[in-house]
Design a protein around this ligand. Sequence first.
Ligand SMILES: Cc1ncc(COP(=O)(O)O)c(C=O)c1O
Length: 545
Amino acid sequence: MTTDQTVGQSVDQPAEAPVDGQPAVAAPSDGANIDAAPMADSVAAGDVPVAVQHPSGSGPERLINELRHHPHGGPQLPPVGVPEQDLDSLIPANRRRRSKLGLPTTSEPEILRHFGRLARRTFSLQEGLYPLGSCTMKYNPAINEALVRLDGFAQIHPYQPEDTVQGALRLLYELEEWLKEITGMDRISLQPAAGAHGEWTGLRIIQAYHRDQGEGAQRDTVLVPDSAHGTNPASATLAGLKSVTVKSTAQGLVDLDDYRSKLGPHVAAIMLTNPNTLGLFERDIAEIASLAHAAGALLYYDGANLNAMVGVARPADMGFDVVHLNLHKTFSTPHGGGGPGAGPCGVRDRLAAYLPVPTVEKREDAAASRYFLDWDRPQSIGKVRSFVGNFAVLVKAYAYMRAYGGDGLRQVAMDAVLNANYLKALLGRTFDIASSEPSMHEFVLTTKKAKDLGVRNIDLAKRLLDFGFYAPTVSFPLTVPEALMVEPTETESRETLDSFVAAVEQIWEEVQTNPDVVRHAPHETPVGRLDEVRAARHPKLTWRS
Ligand SMILES: Cc1ncc(COP(=O)(O)O)c(C=O)c1O
């Protein structure tokens, strides 16, 4: 392979997070070279090199550009059917490429097989459990993918006149209504394209609010618990704010004394995930909210963990002023892989004027309801994403909510919590649980006793790949040594959870009897241990011949 790649890497894990003074991710084991040269053989057919692909798909895979370069290969397009024009009259000569574009010239079957082979080498939810803590890798109903491809959604264009896209606008309007009901917020913008983007949008809104209160310059700090997702302090920094860490108690909840000591007239907001990234419900949330408000700060809800609470509890009722949700976790879009996602940002009334433009509005005419985009919002922070956001993701979220209904969504949360607690009870027989607080949708194990035998958490995680399970998140949150964070989600059956437990128990047995087999895992995957830090920091995203 010529591209850098990772197997079993925690998406949420900061790549170089220190664990007991060591890098959180292991160095490549023998023979694992992320820059390995393409290994499919090449033979000459005339003067055109032709790649010989391993028919089983088990050998290394060439890039599509390397599969076959035939001057007459590739798709054959029919004549364009319009009069030809002199190129010079359309594009000045100094603006034109001098060399050929170098697009792959492979045939349709070759392309199909190339992607088929790649798909077989990639772990996905189609294959098995994906218990990646903090990521909510749940099964997303396939029907929503079909719905979003309906012509009425897939073939419309954002520049179409509003009159011709009334259905799409109505869908956006109603989606906002659902999300308002779920969060208790008064208005929601669907524009942000990811969770982190929603955080940044929310913080810009908070800054605009403080500015209009005459406190913009003074309130330059955001408080973030040490268990928070890394995007929280990153978003604060990107918004030009300082982030100050609030300590957790030994049980993993916000330390109220530390929190109190850091509040003051310089604080713009407190960012909080509830349940937090240890899967624990912040039971002091009412006090946290009233302390924030008494200090003139606003309370920000990182709603990426909403899967544990949807339909059961609402951030607005807990005192939050601003929220973002990860539709690509809770509402039917796969999470990970770089998107597309959607991180709608919701606010209470007093902040609604600052939401990004345009908002989607409804006007009741004599004959019918008309939906339109409102650009006339002078206090808005402006636009944060092109058009209305990632429309396809929004359609899937809408379809999912309509199919489940209010009671169904509540059941999602109940089952997510039930599954996590079932797994926690069984895995707790093998490894220690990081906190004795009750868990919500995920929990954290500490595998210190395996480390005492020379086997790290990442080794255990990699070994799970050999058993057909994706690896749990490792070494996050940073507050737990040798952390393995497990989130089974509501879509897994009891049989699947039981077989995961059996695999963990067998691996623990191996740690005690044959630790090398765990230390050098995985053994059954297309590639072995990779240099994940390098893959994350220096990905090769372009091809050069
Ligand atoms: C708690 C939490 N907050 C924020 C984010 C960031 O979301 P995104 O990856 O969409 O930017 C995540 C991602 O999973 C998360 O788990």
